[in-house]
Every structure is written in C-alpha cells, then in structure tokens.
Ligand binder design. Sequence first.
Ligand SMILES: [Zn+2]
Length: 215
Amino acid sequence: MGNAERIDFHVHLKKGDALISERALVKKLEKEGLNIILLEHNSLPEVNHPQIICAEEVSANCCDIIAVNIQEEIERGDANSVLDSIKEQGGIAILAHLGRYLDLSKDLLKKFDAIEAINGRTRMKQNILAFVRAVELGIPVVGGSDAHFLQEVGNVVTLGDFDAINEGKFVVRDIQLNRLSTFSERLGSHVLSVLRNPKKFPKKVRLLWKKMSGF
Ligand SMILES: [Zn+2]
C-alpha cells in the first residue's frame, strides 16, 4: 500500500465568499497533518505550501468543475470546452458536488477523472445519490468539505496520494466523514438516520454507503 494522506478536496480561502485567512489555515493544516485542494471560483489561488494544492473551481454552464494541476486559469463556459482546456494543460477534472445536479448525462459524467460525491455543504441525501451514481458509472469518488469557515476544513476528507495528485495523477482510496464540530455531527447523525430508515433508500445504496463511510 502506497501513500494514503488525508486530503480535503474542497477548501475556499478568504477571497470571494469565504472567510478563511491563509495564516490560520496553514496553522491548522500543520497542526492536524491535513492536506487540501485550495480553490477559488474562476481563478487560481497562489499559496505556496507543501500541504496545499492550488486549483480552480470553474463555473461551467451546467455545473462547477474543479481543475487541478493546471498552469493557467481556465475560462468559464460550456462544460465540454472547460474539460478540453483542463485536458490540454494535463490537468485533472473533478465534477464538484454532483448531488446538486443529479440529472447530468452519463456521457458527460464519464468525461471526468473523478466526482466529488460527498460535499460538506450539500444535503446528505443528495450526496448519497451522487455517490451511488458515480460508483455505478465506475468513476473515482472524492469528498471535500467545501469549507468557507476554518472550522469546516477537514469535515470531509479523502484518503489518497497527495503527491501523485499534485503531479496530475489521480490516486484516491476512500472517504471519511470527520470531526466533532457541530457541522459534521450533523452529517454523521444524518447518515445514521438514513441507515435507520431503510425504506428511504434501496439496499445497495445503504450497503455502499456503509462500506464507504464506516458508519
Ligand atoms: Zn466551492
């Protein structure tokens, strides 16, 4: 087994709509040994730290797309053109919070290197449906907190090879829901309530979820 670092795939910094300062963020990451993908909407943040990969969250017409390992900012626009631009730069394309657009076509979904199925700011029911959809299509799944506040960072963590991802190779293994913050307790109890109400979801969903989340 190779590296399996803890990576939060979706963190926003103070610019734009988030409220996290760079200094506080770095302190937290160092203390907790957590790695992150740091995002800006439609621009590429510039933070140099071994536990941070800077990436762009591009607003495409149908959905938000996380572009990792790119050198130049990607223009917003049609999803296919955004995907082409990411590929041209040798980047990794991840569909952000699939749970918010479950009606996207199979053909489009299959063009992504990975899907963020578990997103800390998306309803857990949507997340679970997204997770099942991605697994059924055989697309790697990641999770991210979508943190806009410091205490949210690390709420959802993906285990993977951080260095490989930084080099444009995609290696992930598993997702963990974490933390004792109020927010993630809510996530955790929500998952438990789903599992206690089996009629809400088909059996395979519950089994997959159980396997994935450890709940
Ligand atoms: Zn975001």
